[in-house]
Design a protein around this ligand. Structure first.
Ligand SMILES: NC(=O)C1=CN([C@@H]2O[C@H](COP(=O)(O)OP(=O)(O)OC[C@H]3O[C@@H](n4cnc5c(N)ncnc54)[C@H](OP(=O)(O)O)[C@@H]3O)[C@@H](O)[C@H]2O)C=CC1
Ligand SMILES: Nc1nc2c(c(=O)[nH]1)N=C([C@H](O)[C@@H](O)CO)CN2
Length: 235
């Protein structure tokens, strides 16, 4: 079997779309999920290897790393997609909030990348790491402060790992602004969110899939961020 691509948090939305696309291309795909869903059975039926993993504690990250390493000695790529879009208003314990954000968005990717260094470097051909970050890593966010700080940390890890793992592994970020609305977003929120970009559309998961394919296909891009934001930075 060819070296797999690992995608974290791939039971829905962007992660699921990226996993589906890689399976269609004939890749062996390893996905992690936290909440069991029918989408995970569907990915398994298509040939994916699935494993349950929660990245919010050190012990759980250790267990996930052991399982990921046991699945394959080499990896073609890792996509750090798992994410918890928590906001300050929903948390009375701000210390736990920022710890959890850092754990999921920075510490888990950092630990997994270090643990898979040899597996990625010994993959036949080019290997890739992609960090799913966020537009707010550069602007900050009043409502999602800890989330934004942890995505900024992940952005910085992109730069360090690009240096550390070159030339065998390319390491890049995809930084979306609005790609998909969430269930329950009301019309007023949707209208306000749409107006934040120049292009005023919600492109959906396919935009992340296109960015992933572009980075995987490239021979010369590392340490970069692909900004999927419809020109929001110019508003
Ligand atoms: N959608 C958008 O418009 C935008 C997305 N992004 C980024 O793109 C990526 C994908 O976005 P999207 O598909 O919307 O993300 P979602 O929030 O829909 O899904 C992320 C997945 O991460 C998993 N997850 C959450 N917390 C943990 C944890 N502690 N341990 C393990 N897994 C966890 C969830 O698992 P489960 O459901 O199994 O519990 C969930 O399925 C994310 O990194 C996100 O921050 C950035 C900006 C905009
Ligand atoms: N893990 C997640 N991160 C983010 C989400 C999400 O649903 N899950 N959503 C967004 C936005 O769509 C937002 O930028 C616009 O409303 C950001 N990050």
């Amino acid at each position: 079997m060819n070296s797999p691509v690992l995608i974290t948090g791939a039971s829905q939305r962007l992660g699921l779309a990226m996993a589906d696309c890689l399976l269609e291309q004939g890749h062996h795909v390893v996905v992690t999920y936290r909440t069991p869903r029918s989408s995970i059975t569907m990915l398994e039926d298509k040939g994916a290897t699935v494993l349950q993993a929660d990245f919010s504690t050190e012990a759980a990250i250790d267990r996930a790393i052991d399982k990921i390493k046991a699945i394959s000695k080499t990896y073609r790529g890792v996509i750090h997609n798992a994410s918890d879009w928590a906001q300050e208003k929903d948390s009375c314990d701000k210390h736990s909030l920022i710890e959890r954000m850092m754990m999921v968005h920075a510490i888990a990717p950092y630990r997994i990348n270090l643990a898979l260094e040899a597996a990625l470097c010994s993959c036949e051909g080019q290997a890739d790491i992609i960090h799913m970050t966020d537009y707010v890593q550069e602007t900050g966010s009043e409502k999602h402060m800890a989330y934004a700080a942890s995505k900024a940390a992940l952005h910085n890890l992109t730069l360090s790992f690009a240096k550390k793992l070159a030339p065998q592994v390319k390491v890049n970020s995809i930084a979306p602004a609005l790609l998909m609305f969430n269930e329950g977003d009301d019309d007023a929120y949707k209208e306000k969110a749409l107006k934040k970009s120049l292009l005023e559309i919600v492109p959906g998961a396919k935009e992340a899939v296109k960015a992933m394919n572009y980075l995987f296909d490239s021979d010369y891009i590392t340490g970069q961020t692909l900004h999927l934001n419809g020109g929001r930075h110019l508003k």
